[in-house]
Design a protein around this ligand. Structure first.
Ligand code: NAD
Ligand code: MG
Length: 330
C-alpha cells in the first residue's frame, strides 16, 4: 500500500485557485484555517443566519453565503452535515458550478449512494481526515498532521490526483501520510465501523454488561465504573499499543479471562449478524432507510434518543461524572 507524504504533493496545484469551504463545524473550521495558514486562498460558505459566521470572521476568514462562495470558488469542499448536503447541492452548489471546478467531500455517502450526481465536467474527489476536526486543527498548529484518505470519483481534466494531494497537504495530512481509497470503500467501511464496532457495538456491549451486573444485585455505581468508566483506560492502551499492548499492561488474570471469555461474548452468531449489517450497507438498504428517515422528519431517531436518555446507565453515569472534576462538561 502506498503512503503519500509532503514530497509527493505540490501546493502550487492550488495556486491561483480559490477554495470554498462550505460549513464551519468540526471539519470545516479545521480545513479552512489550515488551508489559510498553508497559504491557500480560502473563503468560507455559510447560511446568512449561521452562528458560525462571526466565528469564521473572527478567525480571519472571509465568509459568503453558500451559493456566493461556490460561485467565487474553483474548488468547493462540502463540509455540511451529510443529511443536508443533497438539498444544499441542488439549491446553492449545482447552479454555481463551472466546467473545470472541483467538488470535494470528506465522506463518500452522498456520491456513493447517488444522492449527489455532479455533471461530468466537474472533478470530484474526497479528502477525509481520519480524526475529528479539533484534532485536525490542533495537530496542524503543532507542526504535524492527521492521516487522511483520498479518493477520486471523476477526473475530467486529468489533474484531480494532484489536486487532491495538494488539498491533503494544505490541511496537514501529508505530514502524517495519506492513503488512496475509493468512495465505495470509504463509505462502506465508515458506516460498518460506526454501526457494528465503534458506536453501536461498543455501547451495547457496555450497556449489556452493566445490566447483567445490576440485575445480579450489584450496585449500579460499581457496575458503571467496571463497564463504562474503565473502557477509556483499556481503549487508550489499545490505541497506543494495539491489543497486545493492552494485554501486556493488564494483569495476567485479566489477560487469561479476557482471552477465554471474549470469544464467548462475540461468537459465530455475532459474526453472522455483523456480516448482515455489512450486507445491508453494501446493498443500499441502510442508506435508503436513513434517507427516508430524514425525509420523514426523523421519527425513529427521536424515539431512539428518548429511549437512550432513560437508560439506567445514563442516570447513574451523570451523577457519577459530577464527582469527577477532571471530566470536561459541554
Ligand atoms: P458539523 O455538523 O460539525 O458542521 C456542519 C456545518 O455546516 C456547520 O457549520 C453548520 O452551521 C453548517 N450548515 C448546516 N446546515 C447548513 C446549510 N443548510 N447551509 C450551509 N451551512 C450549513 O459537521 P462535520 O462533523 O464537520 O461534518 C462535515 C463532513 O465531514 C461530513 O461529510 C462528515 O461525514 C465529514 N467528516 C466528519 C468527521 C468528524 O470528525 N466530525 C470526520 C471525517 C469526516
Ligand atoms: Mg466516520
Amino acid at each position: 500500500m502506498k503512503l503519500y507524504y509532503d514530497n509527493d504533493a505540490d501546493l502550487s496545484e492550488l495556486e491561483n485557485k480559490t477554495v470554498a469551504v462550505l460549513g464551519y463545524g468540526s471539519q470545516g473550521h479545521a480545513h479552512a484555517r489550515n488551508l489559510h495558514e498553508s497559504g491557500v486562498s480560502v473563503i468560507v460558505g455559510l447560511r446568512r443566519d449561521s452562528a458560525s459566521w462571526m466565528k469564521a470572521e473572527a478567525d480571519g476568514l472571509t465568509v459568503f453565503e453558500t451559493a456566493e462562495a461556490t460561485k467565487k470558488a474553483d474548488v468547493v469542499m462540502v463540509l455540511l452535515p451529510d443529511e443536508k448536503q443533497k438539498d444544499v447541492y441542488e439549491t446553492d452548489i449545482k447552479p454555481n458550478l463551472r466546467s473545470g471546478n472541483a467538488l470535494v467531500f470528506a465522506h463518500g455517502f452522498n456520491i456513493h449512494f447517488s444522492q449527489i450526481v455532479p455533471p461530468e465536467n466537474i472533478g470530484v474527489f474526497m479528502v477525509a481526515p481520519k480524526g475529528p476536526g479539533h484534532l485536525v486543527r490542533r495537530v496542524y498548529t503543532e507542526g504535524a498532521g492527521v492521516p487522511c484518505l483520498f479518493a477520486i470519483h471523476q477526473d475530467p481534466d486529468g489533474n484531480i490526483r494532484d489536486l487532491a494531494l495538494a488539498y491533503a497537504k494544505g490541511i496537514g495530512g501529508t505530514r502524517a501520510g495519506v492513503i488512496e481509497t475509493t468512495f465505495e470503500e470509504e463509505t462502506e467501511t465508515d458506516l460498518f465501523g460506526e454501526q457494528a464496532v465503534l458506536c453501536g457495538g461498543v455501547t451495547e456491549l457496555i450497556n449489556t454488561g452493566f445490566d447483567v451486573l445490576v440485575k445480579a444485585g450489584y450496585k449500579p455505581e460499581i457496575a458503571y465504573f467496571e463497564c463504562l468508566h474503565e473502557m477509556k483506560l483499556i481503549v487508550d492502551l489499545m490505541y497506543e499499543g494495539g491489543i497486545a499492548g493492552m494485554y501486556y499492561s493488564v494483569s495476567d488474570t485479566a489477560e487469561y479471562g479476557g482471552m477465554t471469555s471474549g470469544p464467548k461474548v462475540i461468537d459465530a452468531g455475532t459474526r453472522k449478524r455483523m456480516e448482515q449489517i455489512l450486507a445491508d450497507i453494501q446493498n443500499g438498504q441502510f442508506a435508503r432507510e436513513w434517507i427516508l428517515e430524514n425525509r420523514a422528519g426523523r421519527p425513529s431517531l427521536e424515539a431512539l434518543r428518548r429511549k437512550h436518555d432513560r437508560l439506567p446507565i445514563e442516570m447513574i453515569g451523570s451523577e457519577l461524572r459530577d464527582m469527577m472534576s477532571w471530566i470536561k462538561k459541554e
